[in-house]
Design a protein around this ligand. Structure first.
Ligand code: PA5
Length: 437
């Protein structure tokens, strides 16, 4: 497996009363067992096409012309979409190296102060657009799409639009598909049975990632490893996602845990924390159930939230996500801090900083991740640690699949449907009424 998970510091044996007792864990694992059985049944009946994606390659062929065209002709690609139509792509594209593909811009909001200025810096001749909306009718995405059509029409003409735009939407008669048809824009099908926040391994997440130069087959390979091991596990303890779900759901139910902090010690994984936040919140926050996800990046958020986490209400569990970083990045030259180098000014010896001499950025990052996890556990706060083998496509694919499975099993334990979001509609209806006033 391209990652490891440790839940030791979520147990009473390690952290005292804030952790799960043996019987609490055993009964949670029993319930998680039911969640795994449900997943297996869904996989067999093809109720959940998400579970078939890791093993598929046939569907990637249809993406090739769009990938090639964007990589050949574009310096920039705009991805229009919001929520599940954007966050998965963002999580993956955060791994991209700038020299491997065009710059990808995720335009999620209808922020009037940000949308326009983005275009000031673009050459529309060399800009592609991927519009993603499963329903094909989300107001923010459609407004962005209409605004882009106008800007490109004025700049490259209608024929130029067809060359540069791609739409991803359900194969239904929806506004995005209809408009795309009118402008001769190529539409790719969003599987109606894969919900937005579970779509990262479909073309929704993988197309932007491939354009950015990532190895999307490796993403699926990583996901496949986690899926197969979960499907084969007789005991939920042997499936990291089922074990994670058991711990999360039991801490919420038995120990008043109301929030779950996902803290990634790598900037590139900060986007994954955001993706997790949506997945967990929108899938589980129903009928008074669920825990509030909090995304965080280490070490940065040690300087903004950690005080509260250590000394505020004991109502949170923590996931500390790391990747091997020892020895990586700039190394502080010990001579910079030495008194014995005549050519350096004497003030360069700052004894308080001696402990940084010879150490790298990665050393300090790793030390802080461990220090934070230890400090939380020492305060009796439940901490799960997860470690990726590397910050790469394979490990991230595995992690994404881990959290989709964990969320589905946790939903099973909480007795909620992870695939809908009925409460969100109310605000949308009211917003539309305001627009029509
Ligand atoms: O996960 C979800 O289902 C939502 O966050 C949707 O992705 C989001 O509302 C955007 O919907 P659509 O893709 O239909 O534009």
């Amino acid at each position: 497996m391209p990652y490891t998970q440790s839940i030791e510091n979520c147990l009473a044996a390690a952290i005292g009363a804030g952790g799960l007792g043996e019987t609490e864990l055993a009964s949670a694992l029993d319930e998680a067992h039911g969640g795994l059985a449900q997943l297996r049944a869904w996989r067999e009946s093809d109720f959940l096409p998400l579970l078939a994606l890791p093993g598929r390659r046939d569907d990637l062929e249809a993406l090739r012309p769009v990938i090639d065209s964007c990589q050949e002709h574009c310096t920039d690609v705009l991805v229009l979409g919001t929520g599940g139509s954007s966050l998965g792509g963002r999580a993956l594209c955060a791994l991209a190296q700038p020299h491997r593909g065009p710059r990808i811009h995720f335009l999620e909001n209808v922020d009037p102060w940000r949308f326009s200025p983005v275009f000031d810096r673009l050459d529309l001749e060399r800009t592609g657009v991927i519009a993603i909306s499963k329903s094909g009718g989300t107001s923010e995405t459609m407004m962005q799409f209409l605004a882009c059509l106008k800007r490109f029409r004025d700049s490259v003409g209608d024929a130029g639009i067809a060359d540069r735009f791609t739409a991803i939407t359900e194969p239904t008669d929806n506004p995005l598909r209809r408009l795309a048809g009118q402008f001769g824009i190529h539409s790719l099908d969003h599987d109606p049975r894969i919900g937005g926040r579970f779509s990262v391994l479909s073309l929704v997440g993988l197309l932007p990632a491939a354009i950015a130069g990532l190895d999307i087959e490796a993403v699926r390979d990583g996901a496949a490893e986690v899926l197969e091991s979960a499907m084969a596990a007789d005991d939920p303890k042997d499936s990291a996602p089922a074990l994670g779900a058991a711990v999360s759901a039991a801490l919420a139910r038995e120990h008043g845990i109301a929030a779950t902090v996902f803290m990634a010690y790598a900037d590139a994984l900060g986007e994954t924390a955001l993706w997790f936040r949506q997945l967990w919140a929108e899938s589980l926050g129903k009928q008074g159930k669920g825990t509030t996800p909090i995304d965080a990046v280490g070490t940065v958020d040690q300087h903004s939230q950690l005080q509260l986490w250590l000394d505020g209400p004991a109502d949170k569990m923590f996931t500390i996500l790391t990747a091997p970083s020892l020895g990586q990045g700039d190394r502080i030259d010990p001579e910079m801090l030495s008194t014995n180098v005549p050519e350096l000014p004497p003030l360069s010896h700052v004894p308080e900083l001696d402990w940084l001499a010879g150490r790298t950025f990665g050393d300090l990052l790793d030390a802080h991740a461990r220090g934070t996890a230890d400090a939380l556990a020492a305060r009796g706060r439940p901490v799960r640690t997860m470690r990726l083998d590397a910050v790469d496509e394979m490990s991230l694919g595995a992690l994404l699949m881990h959290f989709m499975l964990e969320t589905i099993v946790a939903a099973h334990m909480m007795g909620v449907n992870p695939f809908d979001q009925p409460a969100v509609e109310d605000g949308k209806v009211r917003a539309r009424a305001y627009m029509e006033e």
